[in-house]
Design a binder for this molecule. Structure first.
Ligand SMILES: Nc1ncnc2c1ncn2[C@@H]1O[C@H](COP(=O)(O)OP(=O)(O)OP(=O)(O)O)[C@@H](O)[C@H]1O
Length: 386
């Protein structure tokens, strides 16, 4: 595993430029004011699903978030069932995670109607959290009664931070996704100052906070989450999308510990041709794969690497290559300097080793991850619907 001195030199100079790129953003062009001002929800609502078919006007998921009580419970390893009556959603959460019926549209006339939306269409509730560009609120759509999350982003900040490209990606990709383990983007609109994303409400917030409050999860809990993320990734990859920012902060929890993969700001749609490779460095430091650090091309397997990091972090409580300074982290990633604590079960260790392979081609494919003994042996203990 030890790298030669010339390899190390190469990595060091790479790290310098990488640190610069990550702190500056990767040269994204500013979007003109006119483009931002022209944004409205009709682009989303008129858009046909990239994966064949128009988006339904209302989903079972959205119906399931009606009449939500405002209190957010947290703390339980498996959060107790919410007061929300989920219509059709999450019933097949455990063993048939890909069940499309969860995302079927039971009716019409919901949030994604062609009528332009504005802030006046919503009752604003509590702040759910704060992002880089603004706050996220729990809101109720007055006409339908649907409770959703409303992400408010300042146009000025978007331009100043050169994040318009990420924002466009987030909208273009997420609005066409329909999977029970992926957070829905119902639409968006803009006014003079802000753009607003209407998102599926995940009442239990980020998986990251749950992990921090528990320090680490046991095999049953961690495998339940990993299986769900793998299921979401299987859907994304089969639709030629690489997420590129898998981490506990981007995994939200809804009822019954159903995960909702979110934050598609770094995701990318690639040509169906398997040879298509990307070069952009993106994602989050601890989750970067060796090929990004070494500036090689990357493909779908970056998400498999990140799934390996996630698996480790859920079981150990911190990512595997974490160091005080980022250069040391980069070096450890480049060398795949992996040390798994002895309290991690042998099945889990086996899976982590198979995911954190330096050679992207050697990383375990998603279907094999979902059938790995660590998953199948823990599956009977996953929570069931009450
Ligand atoms: N759909 C949602 N349901 C419930 N809570 C949410 C939802 N979306 C975001 N939140 C909460 O709001 C916080 C901020 O979210 P936001 O996506 O703006 O932050 P972020 O991760 O920094 O994203 P960005 O990088 O786009 O700024 C999250 O940490 C989460 O707790």
């Amino acid at each position: 595993m030890a790298a030669s001195s010339s390899q190390l030199k190469k990595i060091e100079s790479r790290i310098e430029s990488l640190s610069e790129t990550l702190s500056k953003g990767s040269g994204r062009k500013p979007l003109s004011k006119i483009q931002l001002n022209n944004m409205d929800s009709s682009r989303v609502s008129k858009g046909h699903g990239a994966f064949g078919g128009a988006r339904p006007a209302r989903t079972a998921e959205s119906a399931g978030v009606r009449r939500v009580s405002s209190g957010r419970k947290s703390g339980a390893t498996f959060a107790t069932k919410s007061p929300v009556k989920a219509v059709g959603a999450s019933s097949a959460a455990r063993k048939s995670l890909g069940n499309k019926s969860e995302a079927k549209a039971p009716g019409s006339g919901g949030l994604s109607s062609n009528r332009r939306l504005s802030l006046n269409d919503f009752e604003i509730g509590k702040v759910l959290g704060k992002g880089k560009l603004g706050k996220v609120y729990c809101v109720r759509h007055k006409q339908s009664g649907y409770v959703t999350a409303l992400k408010v982003m300042s146009k000025k900040e978007l331009v100043d931070l050169k994040l318009e490209k990420n924002f466009r990606r987030e909208i273009e990709i997420q609005s066409n996704l329909m999977h029970p383990k992926i957070s829905r983007l119902y639409g968006f609109f803009a006014d003079e100052q802000n753009v607003y994303l209407i998102l599926e409400y995940s009442m239990y917030g980020e998986l990251y906070h749950h992990l921090k409050s528990h320090r680490r999860f046991n095999d049953t809990v961690a495998s339940f989450y990993i299986y769900q993320v793998a299921s979401a990734l299987e859907y994304l990859h089969s639709n030629n999308i690489i997420h590129r920012d898998i981490k506990p902060e981007n995994i939200l929890l809804s009822t019954d510990n159903n995960i909702k993969l979110s934050d598609f700001g770094w995701s990318v749609r690639v040509a169906p041709d398997a040879a298509s490779k990307r070069l952009t460095i993106c994602g989050t430091l601890d989750y970067l794969p060796p090929e990004m650090i070494e500036s090689s091309e990357h493909d779908f397997s970056v998400d498999i690497w990140s799934l390996g990091i996630l698996c480790y972090e859920l079981l150990v409580g911190k990512p595997p290559f974490e160091e005080i300074d980022k250069n040391s982290t980069y070096k450890r990633i480049a060398k795949v300097d992996l040390k798994i604590p002895s309290f991690v079960s042998s099945d889990a260790s086996d899976l982590i080793y198979k995911l954190l392979q330096k050679n992207p081609k050697k990383r375990l494919p998603l279907n094999e991850i979902m059938n790995h003994p660590w998953i199948t042996n823990n599956m009977p203990y996953w929570p069931t619907e009450k």
